[in-house]
Design a protein around this ligand. Structure first.
Ligand code: PA5
Length: 446
């Protein structure tokens, strides 16, 4: 049997005792109960809870489509934003070769678009795609989000001009709502293959649906193992009312107690650049779920040791309003040792023969001690390796903890009303039909 992800609360004990966390977590079992009974806020968005089982019948179709795209093209452009983007990118970057796009003999590139409206980004992407044989996976639950809609219009036009409308239709996959939205109509009119995003799963909880799994499968990663990892975490957390052994309950309670201790900013810390986009996914999950009604912990992130040379000073010594959640990976995928040099001119021979992971591990321990001395509480989440299984565990662990934490804060962790504000203004400023009056008023303010 595989070891599970672990949570270590030793480095918050200066501020909050383990007993206090367990007591709070035990009280929070009622939130777990409301999630399972569907009686809490946002209870029409709880489909993610049972995804590790519910997704199984779809895996074959996802894998088949991924194989098809790998066969007919050398590149897939995945179009989406927010929850329709970050999960796939997080998993792909965590589990792929660090220099994947630059490797010569690899089979398939996955490139992301629709996550910004930068003219340069899309124009340069088209320059690249002129020389590529590519497919498109377009993802939007609402089917109406401006950023991916614009990117899709431009790329669809480019692909149709390149290979013709018929062939393009065979290379475009749409992942969207079963019935509503412009993307659904477009897919039906043009005969694209489609996958459905269930009504009861919000964007940021959708990584274990085709939204995340199709792009991940296209890169050749093992989505069954990812789902298996998530399932094992569901088994450990969903019905586990013994707070002391439920890592999601412990994490949700610990971070809320730290917040009550005057620390409203949580920094996600990883010691490998592979986790950069995992932190981005986590930031969206927590920021969008909790940041409402004037409440919530502000989620930030750093990549260490890189950012110890930029943000390290503030974390060590700036305003004491921070705490850290550190993902600690025990074993790297690859092996590299530091060579011995005869004259030791760089004075590194004390490290000769050591693995880089040992140096990195000691940097991690040194950082924990230093930050703890600087009064930064640290929650440590440990995994034995960064692979599909443990990435699946991390995903379900953080999702479950996020839902519980939202209920502790007494907010709806499954809506995002605040995201609409900029959209309305942008539509009005761009004279979208129906927004003319609002546009006039806004322009007077500029
Ligand atoms: O988590 C969310 O709900 C959002 O981040 C959405 O995923 C994002 O706004 C994209 O929406 P859509 O998939 O409808 O294009």
């Amino acid at each position: 049997m595989k070891e599970n992800l672990s949570i270590n609360l030793k480095n918050i004990s200066k501020f909050i005792s383990f007993e206090e966390v367990v007591a709070n977590a035990q009280q929070s079992v009622r939130h777990l109960d409301s999630l399972n009974a569907g009686t809490g806020q946002g209870n029409d968005f709880l489909g993610w809870l049972s995804l590790p089982d519910d997704i199984l019948p779809q895996l074959e179709k996802i894998e088949k489509t991924a194989r098809h795209l790998r066969l007919v093209s050398d590149t897939t452009v995945v179009i989406g934003i927010g929850g329709s983007y970050l999960g796939a990118r997080a998993v792909i970057e965590a589990l792929s070769h660090s220099f994947s796009p630059l490797l010569k003999n690899k089979h398939h590139d996955v490139i992301f678009a629709g996550q910004n409206i930068s003219e340069d980004y899309l124009a340069e992407l088209l320059e690249l795609l002129d020389g590529r044989n590519y497919s498109i996976v377009v993802i939007s639950k609402s089917g109406t989000t401006t950023e991916p809609a614009i990117a899709f219009r431009i790329l669809k036009d480019h692909l149709e001009k390149k290979v013709g409308k018929l062939l393009a239709a065979e290379r475009i996959i749409a992942i969207t709502d079963a019935k509503k939205g412009a993307l659904r109509s477009l897919a039906e009119t043009n005969g694209y293959e489609t996958f459905i995003i269930p009504d009861n799963i919000g964007g940021r909880y959708s990584v274990l649906t085709p939204v995340g799994l199709l792009p991940i499968a296209i890169t050749g990663l093992d989505i069954r193992m990812l789902v298996k990892g998530a399932k094992s975490m569901e088994e450990l957390t969903r019905n586990n009312k013994h707070a002391e052994t439920n890592p999601s309950l412990l994490y949700a309670s610990a971070r809320n107690l730290i917040l009550q201790n005057g620390k409203p900013i949580e920094i996600m810390v990883g010691f490998t650049p592979k986790l950069h986009f995992f932190s981005e996914w986590w930031k969206q999950l927590y920021g969008e779920s909790e940041g409402k009604d004037g409440k919530g912990i502000f989620p930030a992130s750093v990549d260490l040791t890189t950012d110890l040379h930029s943000m390290g000073q503030y974390i060590q010594d700036g305003q004491r309003i921070l705490f850290e959640t550190m993902i600690s990976v025990k074993n790297p995928v690859k092996k590299l040792t530091i060579p011995l040099e005869k004259d030791d001119s760089d004075q590194l021979n004390y490290l000769a023969g050591k693995r880089l992971s040992e140096v990195n591990h000691n940097a991690e321990l040194g950082t924990i001690l230093a930050h703890n001395d600087g009064n930064v509480p640290i929650i440590k989440i440990g995994i034995p390796a960064l692979d599909e299984f443990y990435t699946g565990q991390l995903i379900y662990f953080f999702e479950m903890a996020c839902a519980i934490s939202g209920y502790i804060l007494d907010v709806n962790p499954f809506d995002q009303p605040g995201v609409e504000a900029y959209k309305k203004n942008m539509f009005a400023l761009l004279n979208k039909p129906g927004f003319e009056e609002a546009g006039k008023k806004l322009k007077e303010r500029l």
